[in-house]
Ligand binder design. Structure first.
Ligand SMILES: Nc1ncnc2c1ncn2[C@@H]1O[C@H](COP(=O)(O)OP(=O)(O)OP(=O)(O)O)[C@@H](O)[C@H]1O
Ligand SMILES: [Mg+2]
Length: 364
């Protein structure tokens, strides 16, 4: 039997129709699968975004600064690191081969530690920065207290040792002047007596400020003392073109020795005035902080380098031609006797801030 061409064509067409039907079916199945896969990928992407957000939230709530560096530029930074002004910290150790250390910027001390990331994150470093300002300041304060105590004890011992022979010298001198002396020699005796009196006065000064003081505590307003001193010093402040910005947040009373605190404030103010060359500004703030009255004395004078700042409370440390270097030593002893403490922040060419903490309540 011969199949006609028409039949063949018909068969071919129906074959073609079947094939194209199944292609369309396949296409539909594929399209559904692709749509499902796309949805799956989108879902996973959303989950990843959520996980990233979750991780960033956790990292942002950590009090330590966390920075991820990719070839020395920042690829992630958490909130704490932003607050710590970490760019400046990163600049100061970028290029260093150390793995950890402590850096100081104008505001405080920061301990840092860096590590290379592993497993597919090669070339990236994670940097942890911790604000250790409070800890470092306390350490510095304790070191200072100990050092000054030892220096004070030594000064007191030397002063005592000098006082004894000085007493004998006065005695022999009076015996000498009782006898018959030529007019000229009597004058010499008087010179020696004057010299001895001067030494005695200096020694008494050292002894009274280095020995633990018995304070005449009174319940008063520290603002009254500050205002008295400012009034007293105003003529010389004005003559030097210095402006005063005085702000009081705490108006209450506390226990302190007013005469001693006058001495403290006078020393701070005269140091601030010395530090200002030309026009300048001294800011004084009085506030309250966790059981303490805080007197803040800030000047925009020459400031200090780190080495100077560490030594300023030592007796006889001075950078001034006519300075004695006893001012801040006496200040430290007085504040210490009040069971208070002093902190200092300073930057060369910017200025200096002293924070005097005095306990509000009477201390045992
Ligand atoms: N506000 C300040 N700004 C810059 N440097 C300061 C400031 N206060 C103190 N200093 C530094 O501290 C040093 C010690 O101060 P301190 O008051 O003990 O002694 P002095 O002022 O040099 O002498 P004196 O015994 O006459 O007070 C100063 O010589 C100065 O270098
Ligand atoms: Mg001084």
């Amino acid at each position: 039997m011969v199949i006609s061409e028409t039949e063949l064509l018909k068969d071919a067409f129906s074959e073609f129709a079947r094939a194209s039907d199944s292609i369309i079916n396949y296409y539909n199945v594929l399209e559904t699968q692709i749509r499902l896969l796309k949805e799956e990928v989108e879902k996973k992407n959303r989950e990843l975004e959520r996980a990233k957000e979750y991780l960033h939230n956790i990292l942002d709530s950590v009090p330590m600064g966390i920075v991820v560096l990719d070839q020395k530029s920042i690829s992630f930074i958490n909130k704490a690191a932003e607050r710590l002004d970490s760019n400046r910290i990163i600049d100061s150790f970028n290029g260093s081969t150390d793995k950890s250390g402590v850096v100081k910027n104008g505001r405080g001390y920061y301990r840092w530690k860096k590590d290379m990331l592993q497993n597919g994150f090669k070339g990236k470093e994670v940097l942890i920065i911790e604000d250790v300002t409070e800890f470092e300041k306390m350490k510095e304060r304790l070191d200072r207290d100990e050092r000054l105590k030892a220096m004070g004890e030594m000064a007191a011992r030397i002063a005592h040792e000098i006082k004894n022979p000085l007493g004998s010298m006065v005695l022999f001198l009076s015996m000498l002047s009782d006898g018959k002396l030529r007019k000229k020699d009597k004058k010499y005796v008087e010179y020696i007596r004057f010299g001895i009196q001067t030494i005695d006065r200096i020694i008494n000064n050292i002894l009274s400020y280095t020995r633990p003081k018995t304070l005449a505590l009174k319940k008063e307003k520290i603002t009254k003392v500050i205002e008295d001193i400012l009034e007293f010093m105003m003529p010389s402040i004005l003559s030097r073109n210095i402006d005063i910005n005085y702000r009081v947040e705490y108006h209450g009373t506390s226990f302190f020795d007013p005469d001693m605190m006058k001495l403290v404030l006078m020393n701070f103010f005269s140091n601030a005035m010395d530090a200002i060359k030309g026009r300048g500004l001294i800011k004084i703030d009085v506030r309250e902080e966790q059981g303490y009255i805080v007197i803040v004395i800030n000047d925009n004078g020459i400031g200090m380098d780190d080495d100077t700042r560490k030594n300023i409370f030592n007796p006889f440390f001075t950078t001034k031609d006519k300075g004695v270097g006893l001012g801040l030593f006496i200040v430290h002893n007085i504040v210490h006797a009040h069971k208070g403490y002093i902190e200092v922040e300073s930057q060369e060419g910017v200025g200096t801030t002293f924070f005097v903490y005095l306990p509000k309540e009477r201390q045992q």
